[in-house]
Design a binder for this molecule. Structure first.
Ligand SMILES: C[S@@+](CC[C@H](N)C(=O)[O-])C[C@H]1O[C@@H](n2cnc3c(N)ncnc32)[C@H](O)[C@@H]1O
Length: 169
């Protein structure tokens, strides 16, 4: 991810800055799921938990915020993962997300995604191209609702369609 995704990270960084602003001064205990390769973080600054998003080994209402970028494309069970995120967030806690999603039905891009999806799962460690993750986040019914925005990146072909935003517990 470090080497292959450099140009992607450049394009997505403004979205991340906007979203992560929600954490400043408001969230002390933050869980990032599907952390990937986090270059530059000192190990004494965080606790690494090896677990699945579908079964997070943390107490109910125990964190201020959950962050997940490009993770719900890869988990086995999106609904269970979202339910776990809701469970561990304290009342008033927030879930911040950026996810690539299925393109609009009937578009050429969607057709390409449909064709490439099985291959993507093999070469990209279980990543799905055709998930309706924005809808899944809304259907999870976070107590305070969810602000799900759409973004279309200018490059990155079959993963250009994104949703990003904040869900409020
Ligand atoms: C595409 S990578 C994204 C990494 C990083 N968040 C980023 O934005 O670069 C997907 C991540 O999801 C993790 N993952 C896959 N299945 C998971 C699951 N069931 N529970 C938690 N994490 C999972 C992978 O280990 C990987 O770190």
């Amino acid at each position: 991810m470090n080497t292959e995704m450099e140009s992607y990270e450049k394009e997505i960084s403004d979205y991340k800055m906007e979203l992560f602003d929600n954490l400043v001064g408001k969230a002390e205990k933050v869980l990032e799921i599907g952390i990937g390769t986090e270059a530059g973080l000192k190990s004494e600054d965080f606790t690494f938990i090896q677990a699945l998003g579908e079964s997070i080994p943390l107490e109910d209402a125990s964190v201020d915020a959950v962050v997940g970028t490009l993770v719900l494309c890869s988990v086995t069970d999106v609904t269970r993962t979202l339910n776990e995120i809701k469970r561990i967030l304290r009342p008033g806690g927030i879930y911040i997300f950026i996810e690539h999603v299925a393109a609009e039905d009937g578009t050429f891009l969607r057709l390409v995604q449909n064709v490439l999806d099985p291959l993507q799962q093999v070469v990209a460690d279980g990543c799905h191209l055709t998930r309706h993750t924005g809808e899944s986040i809304l259907e999870a019914r976070f107590n305070g609702g969810a602000d799900v925005k759409k973004a279309s990146l200018s490059r990155f072909a079959y993963i250009s369609s994104h949703v990003y935003g904040v869900a409020y517990n």
